[in-house]
Write a protein that binds this ligand. Structure first.
Ligand SMILES: Cc1cc2nc3c(=O)[nH]c(=O)nc-3n(C[C@H](O)[C@H](O)[C@H](O)COP(=O)(O)O)c2cc1C
Length: 249
């Protein structure tokens, strides 16, 4: 019987042009695909969200998002669209650069627009920078806990091996990343990415997340039928496959 689908967004958190983020997000997708264990009751379906394409203005809603329980009540069309998109995912992988010891403002802005849409959903962080972007990851983890997401215990830090690699990244040059083999600068971290993704899949398939989703599903009027399909082992939903989308730049 076909498995239910866990829809997971891979979020590109840099909005600069040029930038390194799309090729690093692609590397993460490839690393997940090449280390995937296929041992869960749900089949992951991964898609890319590029915050540069989403192009949200600075947060401009009149209400506090935690008080909004019906997305049609948001004042602005751009918020309603963003809400619908975030609602449609079950989990998030934030592929995030470090900027001045923190994470990019465009990501904080995108997070602050919403609240109940994030709540109860698992999240995985892959940070990058001169030393792996650990400070950005720590700050992001704190904020994700603040909106009641469930971050994986592990996260992944990808460090540029040299200053010239960091500068190449900053100017969007090809870093020669290959998530399908151990070649390339972060080839040895593919397993770490796979293990962290496995932790996220464990969370997605756990009762804890199931319960959190249940309240979110009611909040946003998702069909209960759909919810039951996802969390009953006997689901008849068709899987759409993982790694089905790639962002190009
Ligand atoms: C505004 C800014 C601040 C940065 N701050 C840091 C930093 O604190 N630590 C670090 O290791 N790299 C830092 N960098 C270098 C980035 O790791 C590198 O430019 C990377 O390519 C940024 O990701 P992006 O190209 O996807 O935006 C910074 C880059 C920018 C543009």
């Amino acid at each position: 019987m076909a498995k239910g689908v866990a829809r997971i967004a891979v979020v590109i958190c840099s909005s600069r042009k040029p930038r390194a983020n799309p090729q690093i997000a692609n590397f993460v997708l490839e690393a997940i695909e090449s280390t995937y264990q296929d041992r869960w009751s749900l089949e992951p379906s991964l898609k890319v969200i590029d915050l540069a394409e989403r192009n949200l203005p600075f947060f401009d809603e009149p209400d506090v998002p935690s008080q909004i329980h019906d997305y049609t009540k948001y004042a602005h069309a751009h918020t309603r669209e963003w809400s619908k998109e975030v609602q449609s995912y079950d989990g998030f992988i934030f592929v995030c650069p470090q900027y001045n010891w923190g994470y990019p403002a465009v990501l904080k802005n995108a997070i602050d627009y919403l609240y109940n849409e994030w709540k109860g959903k698992p999240a995985m962080i892959v940070s990058y920078g001169g030393h792996g972007g650990g400070r950005a990851a720590a700050q992001l983890r704190q904020v994700l806990c603040g909106i009641h997401m469930i971050p994986t215990k592990k996260h992944v830090e990808l460090a540029f091996p040299t200053r010239s690699a960091l500068l190449d990244a900053a100017y969007g040059k090809d870093l020669g990343l290959d998530g399908f083999s151990s070649k390339g600068i972060w080839g040895s971290q593919r397993k770490e990415i796979g293990d962290t993704f496995a932790e996220m899949m464990d969370l997605l398939c756990s009762n804890k997340v199931g319960k959190a989703f249940k309240s979110a599903a009611v909040t946003f009027g998702m069909a209960k039928q759909e919810f039951r399909k996802k969390f009953k082992k006997s689901s008849g939903e068709h899987a759409s496959g993982r790694g089905e989308a790639r962002s190009e730049e």
